[in-house]
Design a protein around this ligand. Structure first.
Ligand SMILES: [Zn+2]
Length: 204
């Protein structure tokens, strides 16, 4: 994905106290901001009134789906804002990333696809994505093996936020369809071109 893409910022370590102002950084730095400290207007600048609460409600539901996913695989997961402060404005995506030690990675995002970090346009459209990819262990640098993904575009904040709930719910269902042991066991992909191959038996 591009530097503006949904996986460009780390997950927040922990939730600060609610009365702490989020540190939004400056320039093109992307700062992870916990959901409860963020502002839907960073993603949907024209959202107002009752729609703000509807969007917040949807984002909380999406966060709940990711927490459920995390509980299933024994890891912490949730939705956060990936926020840039640029030219006095805050621009953000909504992100959820869960990486397991064996390379399985769950990613979901809601964002406006900017051309670059200096692109100050806003949606519509907003893109909603979710995917599961398995990354091979180092030294393989294969770019990962996609298992499943969904993607859609939306013209209104509420439609995008509700699609984000659906996408995170889909991700959770994908996780629940396999027992925890199936996600945590070591994996290797014999078809991966980036991994060393055993020598054929005839090669003696
Ligand atoms: Zn691979």
């Amino acid at each position: 994905m591009t530097p503006q893409g949904p996986d460009a910022s780390p997950a927040p370590d922990a939730s600060p106290a609610p009365d702490v102002e989020p540190e939004l950084g400056s320039g093109l730095d992307i700062v992870a901001v916990p959901l409860e400290l963020g502002d839907p207007a960073w993603v949907f600048p024209e959202v107002t009134g009752a729609e703000v609460e509807a969007v917040r409600h949807a984002l909380a539901a999406a966060d709940g789906h990711l927490r459920g996913l995390g509980a299933h695989v024994g890891a912490v997961a949730g939705v956060h804002y990936g926020c840039q402060r640029f030219d006095g404005r805050a621009l953000a995506s909504l992100l959820g990333v869960l990486e397991l030690d064996n390379g399985f990675t769950f990613v979901t995002a809601l964002y406006f696809p900017r051309r670059c970090g200096f692109d100050l346009r806003w949606g519509p459209p907003w893109v909603v994505e979710a995917d599961i990819t398995r990354y091979c262990p180092a030294p393989a640098d294969c770019g990962g093996h996609p298992l499943a993904d969904v993607s859609s575009e939306h013209d209104t904040p509420l439609a995008a936020a509700r699609a984000f709930v659906d996408a995170t719910g889909w991700l959770r269902q994908q996780a629940l369809a396999r027992p925890r042991s199936g996600w945590l066991s070591p994996v290797s992909d014999p078809a991966c071109a980036a991994l060393p191959r055993p020598k054929p038996a005839a090669d003696r």
